[in-house]
Design a protein around this ligand. Structure first.
Ligand code: ZN
Length: 305
């Protein structure tokens, strides 16, 4: 685990807004080992990874947050998963290689305005009866941050601003959110809170994308809020992890049905399913494939990793 892979939470000194900052190097590099090397696509994916960690850190939940961007351009699908323990994984499905002039979210994903941004909250694996939450909005905005702000404007009660930046070696992001006004002695009055919000938003607007991705979280926060230092809350490490295993692949093959699996075995001599997140191949030879549909019991062979 890399020491710089962390999400940190802060409060403005008058407690009128929270600030969450994310910085990911090793986990991001691990996440894209088996993905495309197209830089414009990786920039979108990286910003979505940073966004997923910011949103996950801002939620009280115990399952997995999935952010998906579905498009009709060169990019078919971007998927990022961030679990409640701040482990991440990500994958890209391309329809074709992007052309040289195709950069940016609208060109790569939303050329025909049919793109979708999907937010899913999956319950923990040990609570399969709990329903997942799913929210879907059109891809409005020129950047991943604008799409996120548009989504949060519709789903969140609290004013939220997001800044994201990605390079092939590092991704970073910043979230600023108004705290609910509770009228207590400990909080400033509403007019002061509104003024404080405007100031903090204007300060955060001064950070360039290049700066955001180049400097450490502590340097960033000091540079932004040196006049009125923020209050440090908690910090949580971020790591890459793929939760794929052989029994889930077996379940997926069972859902394809015996005829489909048999026809693949007939054609290819075996069934190979490669995890789209981590590239692990799961091979089912003819005996394994037959066994899938015999006992109805979960596959008991050890997983490959
Ligand atoms: Zn995997």
């Amino acid at each position: 685990m890399n020491a710089s892979d962390q999400i940190k939470k802060f409060l403005l000194q008058d407690k009128s807004a929270r600030v969450i900052a994310t910085s990911i190097e090793q986990a991001w590099q691990d996440a894209i080992t088996h993905q495309t090397n197209s830089e414009p696509v990786l920039q979108l994916l990286g910003e979505l990874v940073a966004a997923a960690t910011l949103l996950a850190a801002n939620l009280k939940f115990d399952g997995a947050l999935l952010l998906q961007m579905q498009g009709q351009g060169a990019v078919k699908l971007l998927v990022v998963e961030c679990r409640h323990d701040m482990t991440i994984r990500a994958t890209v499905k391309l329809r074709r290689e992007p052309q040289i002039h195709e950069t940016g979210l609208q060109a790569l994903l939303n050329a025909d305005q049919q793109g979708r941004f999907v937010v899913i909250l999956n319950p923990p694996k040990d609570q399969p009866t709990r329903q997942p939450y799913q929210g879907v909005v059109p891809l409005r905005g020129d950047t991943v941050a604008e799409v996120l702000e548009d989504y949060m404007g519709q789903s969140e009660q609290l004013l939220t601003r997001i800044w994201l930046s990605a390079r092939p070696d590092r991704v970073a992001g910043l979230l600023l959110q108004r705290m609910p006004y509770d009228g207590g002695q400990d909080t400033v009055d509403e007019a002061q809170a509104a003024q404080s919000w405007q100031t903090a938003e204007a300060i955060c607007e001064t950070i360039s994308s290049e700066e955001l991705v180049s400097i450490s979280t502590d340097t960033l926060l000091h540079r932004l809020f040196w006049e009125s230092p923020v209050i440090n809350l908690e910090e949580t490490p971020i790591a890459w992890h793929c939760g794929c295993d052989r029994s889930r692949v077996a379940g997926m093959l069972r859902s394809l049905g015996v005829d489909e699996v048999n026809s693949i075995v007939k054609e290819q001599g075996q069934v190979t399913v490669t995890c789209e997140f981590c590239g692990t191949p799961y091979v089912f030879d003819p005996i394994d494939a037959t066994a899938l549909f015999e006992s109805g019991l979960p596959d008991s062979r050890p997983t490959l990793h």
